[in-house]
Write a new protein. Structure first.
Length: 68
């Protein structure tokens, strides 16, 4: 009985150590892989950026007209 409980405890410790080593390593690899992805400019994003630029220019022109 005593040997069996010691063996179970050692298995538990082994898995805990493995989790403490493997999980942070896996998170680090995921982070590096996520950061390495190229950022692609899709058409929707480009259209949204253009619309925002046009809105900012219109707002800037309106403010300039009011101040002059």
């Amino acid at each position: 009985m005593h040997n069996k409980s010691v063996a179970l405890y050692l298995e538990y410790v082994k898995y805990m150590i493995m989790e403490l080593i493997v999980l942070p390593f896996g998170v680090l690899l995921w982070y590096l892989a996520y950061e390495a992805k190229p950022q692609r400019k899709d058409e929707v994003g480009s259209i949204w950026e253009e619309e925002q630029i046009v809105k900012r220019i219109k707002l800037s022109n309106l403010i300039n007209e009011i101040n002059n």
